[in-house]
Every structure is written in C-alpha cells, then in structure tokens.
Design a protein around this ligand. Structure first.
Ligand SMILES: Cc1cc2nc3c(=O)[nH]c(=O)nc-3n(C[C@H](O)[C@H](O)[C@H](O)COP(=O)(O)OP(=O)(O)OC[C@H]3O[C@@H](n4cnc5c(N)ncnc54)[C@H](O)[C@@H]3O)c2cc1C
Length: 518
C-alpha cells in the first residue's frame, strides 16, 4: 500500500491541520519519531497575540495529560506552572464552603500534619516568579528517552492542575519548533482535502491564491467543528452523531484582592452547584480566578438587564457578587453571548493509511469531567505507542487506533455528560456524599480493587472503558450486598483495623524487619 510506510526507515511527511493543544502536541510526537511535519493553523500564532481568542482561559490538567507531556519532556514545566487543586470547594447559597477532596489520601496528609497544607499554599503562590517564558526557546525539555511510560499509582496522585490554555499552547508550539523538521504555517485555513491521496488546500488570510500540499499522512486536529471530519462524513460507513446540550457557558472573573492575593482558597476547584445550573472557578497564575457560569440558554436570555442580573446573582451566588464586584459582573456578563457546548461521537477515525482525526475533531465532549484536552493528549501518546509497535506502518497503526480508541472516547463523552449532573446537583445530595465516603473507605482498604470512578478517570491512565465498567461493577456489588450490610460491615472493619493498628503489639509487628522485607 503506497504511503503506508511499510519500510520503517522511510520518514513520513505529515500534515497536521490545527495548531491548538492537540495538534501542537501531535507535532512534538511525530517530530520525536523523525518525521517531517507541516502544521497548518487557521489563526495567528498564539505566541504573537496578546489576547487568547476562543474557549476557556484555563483548563484542568490531570494524569492523562501529564503522562502524554512527560513523553515529550514537558511534564515538569507544566506542573511547575500549574496551580494544584486538591478537591472541590462547594459554595452553599448561605456562603458556607465545604471542601470535598478528590483523593482521601489528601485528607490523611492534612490530618497527620496540618503544616503540609501551609507549605503547599506557600509554594503555589510563589510559582509565578519561577515561571519560564514558553515563547522563549529556553524551555528546557526533560529527556524523554530516559523515561518509561509509568502507569501512575492512583493513590499517589492527589491534585489536578489549573493551567493557562495560552501558556500551554505556546509551550507546545515552541517545543515542536525546536525540531528542524517541524514547519508552521499560521493564517492557513484548510478549505479542501482529498484524503485518499493526502492532498490538502489552504486559504491564506488576506491572499487570493490558495496553497496546496500533499503528504503521506493528514492528521485532523482541527477541533470540534473539524473540516477534515466533514470529509470523512461524506464516505459510506462513517458513523457520526452530535449533541448540543441546552446549557451554554459564559466566563467571568474574580480579580486578586487589593493586596494582590487570591480571593479564595487557591488549591481548590470552586463550585457553586445550584441544581439546574452551576458556576465553577479555577485559579490563574496572576491570582485571579476564571469563573464559568453554566446555565440553560433560556435562563441566560431572561437576565437581560443589569438589575435582573444582580438580583439573580444576589439570590443564587451572593458570596460571588462581592468577589467579582457588581460593576465587573455586569460588564463581563453583557460583553459576550454565552457559548454552546457540543458532544461529538464518530467512527472510524481514519481513512486507509492516509488520514486520521484526533482530539476534539474525533471526540468533542462537554467539559464537565475536565477531560477533553486530557483525552486528546492521550490520543497522541497512544498513537505514538502504536507507531512504535508497528514500525510506523500506517496501514496497521491507523485502523488499530480507530478500533481501540473509539470505545474509550465514547465512554468519556458519556461520563462527561453524567458529571454535569454530579457537579451541579448531586454534590449537594446526602446519598452522593454517603457514596463518596463509602468509596473513599473501600479505596483505602482495597486500593487496587476498589478505585472510585473519579479517581480512575482523573488520577490514572486506566482506559476510560475500564473506568466505566469498574464503576458499574461497584454499583452492582453495593446493590447486591445491600447498602446497610456494607456500611455495618465496613464500620466494624474500620473500628477493628483502627484498634488493631493502634495497639503497641501491632505497631511493633508492623515495623518489624520481617514485615518490611515482605
Ligand atoms: C469551557 C470549556 C472548558 C474546558 N475545560 C477543560 C478542562 O478543564 N480540561 C480538559 O482536559 N479539557 C477541557 N476542555 C476541552 C478542551 O478545551 C478541548 O478538548 C481541547 O481544546 C481540544 O483541543 P484540540 O486541539 O483537539 O481542538 P482545539 O483546541 O479546538 O484546536 C483546534 C485548532 O484547529 C484550528 N482549526 C480549525 N479549523 C481549521 C481549519 N479549517 N484549518 C486550519 N486550522 C483549523 C483552530 O483554529 C484551533 O486552533 C474545555 C472546553 C471548554 C469549552
């Protein structure tokens, strides 16, 4: 098959359409394999722009994203830049705040040594000073060749990281550009493609003449409204569905305090769950907060005057009014229209051995699990693993990627949809909190066997399908055993273990050399 690259010594010419987060990471991965990359991006180079146009200003990066970055030597720099969030901070209407930690181990750390928290807070507030400039070519890469893909132990990973989308995109572009085989073409918008032959045509901003380019492989990383995917849709056998939810989102901002500090506890993802709508806030490096209001469009439409807006906020998010400031709230709210949220499922992700879609182009999802970018980054890592396994033979790599990735991508699309209900409503429910406690306890007792859903999705690289099937199994176990029986049994076990662990005899035995050797 021509272009399939059965001869692994042949270096491929790869066109990547889209220089967003996933396209620029894909460029790093292909460059690492020695291929020649031409990356085409419709917009300007994000490193040249002051303002970041488009979606959320910051994103939650979890273990999948970090693992993918680690492989190209960028994990440390992004963790250093990011602000750790160790749980959700739930804001009640009366202004009370209640933390729900992502990982019960955090709680143990806090209980054991309250000073730990202080240290963490101090550290993250210093981070801005230490930041490297992602635009400068000085970003030092870790040496990925020295590292194995380590499957993370879910019990050790406690925080997700709030990272700036602009910083991350700049970092990835700069890292990719270090390789002389990577060529960027900004202001080039894909307008036509013949994916069987790998031919593409781009319109250049301000120019009447189009640009054509052909490659061995065309990778569509052109986002939720992908032009490459539109080409795939014309072909028989391509399944496609999309769903817009009736909620939109709008971004607001909580500025730093007068003395330049965070206005809320910075190591949390703050949530104001209000049943049919919610607001969340993620910390930024400049100590401000990006606040995102998710709400049905008809509700947005009903708030058509500053008075109605203030009345609504005072009723539903009274503490946030003071934090945002009335004037800024009105200004930001009426400055833009709320954006829509779409979930896209499709398959297969490839055509023959010449074209592939990844990231949002293949599986856009609603943002409530904070996994869209993480899943897109994981695409890059898994694709690279297949390239390695099949010696860059695209006739084997592409079908296997479609085959293995689709089920996982659809699982996380569904989970993301479910998590909206959890975030805006269930976190307020007693049954949810009870189940969370039970999961925490079981996870503590059986860290390998009982990994809670959120932990496996966010703090491990377990396939999304496995995360989902584990949860279904856990639900079934609890249902079958009977909730009351499980609770009583666990309480007895818990008391027994606590007494056992605290007895002097046990402590001696536990620490004895024999035990350590085991
Ligand atoms: C409100 C919100 C919050 C989110 N929060 C999180 C989060 O916390 N964690 C997380 O993991 N994910 C989050 N996501 C999801 C995340 O933003 C996406 O999954 C991620 O941006 C996908 O990256 P991508 O590169 O595939 O697509 P995009 O980021 O959309 O990039 C596509 C690029 O392709 C370019 N392009 C498009 N068409 C063409 C064309 N015809 N020719 C050339 N170039 C083209 C675009 O200009 C763009 O630069 C969030 C999404 C939203 C909407």
């Amino acid at each position: 098959m021509e272009g399939a690259n059965k001869d692994s010594d042949k270096k491929l010419k790869v066109i990547i359409v889209g220089g967003g987060l996933v396209g620029s990471l894909a460029a790093c991965y292909f460059a690492k394999r020695g291929h020649t990359i031409h990356l085409y991006e419709a917009r300007e180079d994000v490193r040249q722009s002051e303002q970041f146009r488009g979606r959320s200003i910051n994103l939650a990066m979890s273990v999948r994203g970090r693992t993918a970055l680690k492989e190209v030597g960028l994990e440390k720099v992004i963790v250093k830049h990011g602000i750790p969030m160790k749980g959700r901070m739930v804001h009640a209407v009366n202004g009370e705040r209640r933390p729900i930690l992502y990982d019960p181990n955090n709680k143990q750390v806090e209980l054991e040594d309250p000073r730990n928290k202080q240290v963490e807070l101090e550290d993250s507030s210093k981070k801005q000073v230490e930041l490297e400039d992602p635009k400068s070519k000085q970003v030092e890469l870790e040496d990925p060749s020295k590292k194995q893909v380590e499957l993370e132990d879910p019990s050790k990973k406690q925080s997700i990281y709030s990272v700036s989308r602009k910083f991350l995109n700049e970092l990835l572009l700069t890292a990719a550009e270090k390789d002389p085989n990577v060529h960027f073409h900004f202001h080039h918008k894909l307008v036509a493609a013949d994916l069987d032959t790998g031919s593409t045509t781009f319109h250049r901003a301000g120019q009447s003449e189009a640009v054509s380019e052909t490659a061995d492989l065309v990778v569509g990383a052109d986002g939720a409204f992908s032009t490459i995917r539109r080409q795939l849709m014309k072909r028989p056998g391509f399944d496609y569905s999309q769903r817009y939810i009736e909620h939109g989102y709008l971004e607001l901002c909580i500025p730093p305090t007068e003395d330049g500090e965070f206005a809320m506890e910075q190591n949390y993802l703050h949530i104001w769950p209000r049943g049919t709508f919610m607001m969340i806030a993620l910390p930024n490096q400049d100590r401000s907060w990006t606040v995102t209001l998710f709400m049905p469009f008809h509700k947005f439409d009903s708030l058509d005057t500053p008075e109605k807006l203030i009345e609504f906020f005072s009723e539903c998010f009274p503490d946030a009014v003071a934090l945002i400031g009335q004037e800024q709230l009105v200004r930001d709210f009426f400055a833009t229209r709320p954006s829509s949220l779409v979930s896209v499922k499709c398959k297969p992700y490839h055509i023959g051995c010449t074209a592939l879609i990844i990231g949002d182009a293949a599986h856009a999802m609603v943002p409530f699990y904070g996994q869209g970018m993480n899943a897109g980054f994981e695409d890059c890592r898994l694709l690279d693993e297949l390239m390695e396994r099949h010696n860059d033979d695209l006739s084997l790599v592409l079908p296997e990627f479609s085959q293995t990735r689709n089920e996982d991508a659809e699982a996380i699309c569904d989970l993301a949809m479910y998590n909206y209900i959890e975030m805006r409503d269930l976190v307020n429910k007693r049954s949810f909190l009870w189940r969370k406690k039970l999961d925490e306890l079981l996870f503590w007792l059986f860290p390998r066997q009982w990994v809670p859903l959120y932990t496996s999705v966010t703090f491990s690289n377990m396939s999304y399908t496995k995360c989902l099937s584990n949860k279904q199994w856990q639900d079934k176990m609890i249902e079958r055993t009977g909730i009351l029986k499980v609770t009583v049994l666990l309480l007895v076990l818990f008391v027994y273990l606590t007494v056992w662990m605290s007895s002097p005899d046990t402590r001696v035995t536990w620490r004895s050399p024999q035990v350590i050797e085991l």
